[in-house]
Design a protein around this ligand. Structure first.
Ligand code: NAD
Length: 465
């Protein structure tokens, strides 16, 4: 066949197309961001196969690199998260990222268990589930990724994230950093990936994808319900409405300081933050006075409280999302109150049926409800938690009272005499989790949560004593 111009141009065109395709693939593999769920999942399946063929030593290196990547980019990520989502506070995002990078367990969490006896040896190992689909909230577009990313990969899985659409830029940056850290540490590309334009539709595709083996939803009730109705193994980390109960035996000044700090971190957007205070009448005045004395809490008059309520709760009785996660200065300015920079929280005395007692406000506006005595406080605080099984806090020096409340409220996290954030390891013992699975019961998730158990039994051998 004679080579003419048409053939040459067709060959050139094919070569150029292939080069573009190769470059695109390389680019996509490079940063872990995919246009479609299918592409992301197919690549995640391959990446996970490569991961389990690698030594655990490489996995540890990957985890160490992910921690470092998060810490090295902390300022940029925190600034971006606040700028994009317009929620929370820069300095608290910094704390959140340090917490997640340093207190999320790695492979030490999946140590096997062995039992030897008359019949030989039994070995229990925590095996990967495969590919996990993780749906993440707008409130923590950095912390959830660091925390889920380390835990899921340490357990030997790949993960495809569907970030909240309004936190897309931050989440994408976060995934790129974790992805790069893994590749630099010798791990396979696409172990952690995300969808370029996440939507409810891509969330649905992840939920339904036959090659996704486990779903993890961190968010409100609808997304938890969506993953639990999928027919797959699913972990649901849902909303909370954590009450802080203060009885007459508490160290009141300390309780006041803890509540102000706990409720105002990140402008109250952590799901664990104190959302209402329930206080025994005889110490209520002192508690409010000490809260004001921190210099970080402003006491609203009854009229101001009414104006603020009208502003932040809409006519349908729902939270006005325009004020979620905003600084207290921004919210109070709307009713003509100027606060100094140090202020973090507005507090007010509320009747029991006040909407902010029952709604998850996620803003630094805190209702305080008086009760006659601790028994009434336990009953009421349990009611306002609404069976979320999320978080509750108590300030008391009476062990019986604390035990009674813990038994009644049945939350995943119960903090005694500290800010609520101590319960996620910030100034409290224990590992951290930004996926707290109350509805499905895994509690503060970690690498082990993202595994399936496998048993190996050796009959009549390996008992050496
Ligand atoms: P959200 O439920 O609106 O969104 C969370 C994620 O789920 C997003 O990626 C969203 O796109 C997706 N989503 C929402 N509805 C869906 C549906 N029907 N089907 C499929 N996907 C869906 O939550 P948010 O406003 O981003 O975050 C705040 C909420 O998350 C609060 O209620 C807070 O308490 C909760 N939260 C819980 C935890 C926890 O560990 N328990 C941690 C952080 C936040």
């Amino acid at each position: 066949m004679a080579i003419n111009e048409t053939i040459i141009s067709s060959v050139v065109q094919k070569v150029v197309e292939q080069l573009i395709k190769a470059e695109k693939t390389q680019h996509q593999e490079f940063n872990g961001i995919y246009d479609t769920v299918d592409e992301a999942v197919e690549n995640a399946v391959e990446a996970q196969k490569k991961l389990i063929a690698m030594p655990l030593e490489v996995r540890d290196k990957m985890v160490a690199a992910m921690r470092k990547g998060a810490l090295d980019n902390n300022e940029m990520l925190s600034e971006l998260a606040v700028r994009e989502t317009k929620l929370g506070r820069y300095e608290d995002k910094i704390r959140e990222n340090i917490l997640c990078a340093t207190k999320t367990p790695g492979t030490e969490d999946i140590q096997p268990f062995a039992k030897s006896g008359d019949h030989g040896l039994m070995l229990l190992e925590y095996a990967p589930v495969g590919v996990i689909g993780s749906l993440t909230p707008i409130t923590n577009p950095t912390g959830t990724f660091i925390n889920n990313g380390i835990g899921m990969v340490a357990a030997g899985n790949a993960v495809v994230f569907n970030p909240h659409p309004s936190a897309r830029e931050t989440s994408t940056k976060m995934v790129e950093i974790l992805h790069q850290a893994i590749v630099d540490a010798g791990g396979p590309p696409s172990l952690i990936s995300s969808i370029r334009k996440p939507t409810l539709e891509t969330a649905r595709q992840i939920i339904d994808h036959p090659k996704i083996n486990m779903l993890v939803a961190t968010g409100g009730k609808p997304v938890v319900k969506a993953v639990l109705s999928s027919g797959k193994k699913a972990i649901g980390a849902g909303a909370g409405n954590p009450p802080a109960l203060v009885d007459e035996t508490a160290h009141i000044r300390r309780a006041a300081r803890c509540i102000v700090d706990g409720a105002s971190i990140n402008n109250n957007i952590f799901c664990t933050c104190e959302k209402e205070v329930v206080v025994v009448d005889e110490v209520a005045g002192a508690l409010i006075k000490f809260m004001q004395e921190t210099g970080k809490a402003y006491l609203l008059t009854p009229q101001e409280a009414e104006q603020i309520t009208k502003l932040v709760v809409n006519s349908e009785g729902k939270i006005n999302i325009a004020y979620i996660g905003k600084d207290v200065q921004v919210i109070l300015k709307e009713i003509g109150i100027e606060l100094d920079e140090k202020c973090r929280l507005a507090i007010f005395e509320a009747p029991r049926d006040h909407p902010l007692v029952w709604l998850e406000q996620m803003m630094p506006i805190m209702p305080i409800v008086r009760v006659k005595n601790v028994q009434e406080g336990i009953r009421f605080a349990t009611e306002v938690e609404q069976g979320n099984r999320h978080t509750a806090i108590m300030h008391s020096t009476n062990v019986d009272n604390m035990t009674a409340f813990a038994r009644a409220v049945q939350t995943t996290i119960f903090v005694k005499n500290g800010p609520a954030y101590a319960g996620i390891g910030l100034g409290g013992e224990g590992h951290t989790a930004f996926t707290i699975a109350g509805p499905t019961g895994e509690g503060l998730t970690s690498a082990r949560t993202f595994t399936r158990q496998r048993r190996c039994t050796l009959v009549e051998g390996f008992r050496i004593i």
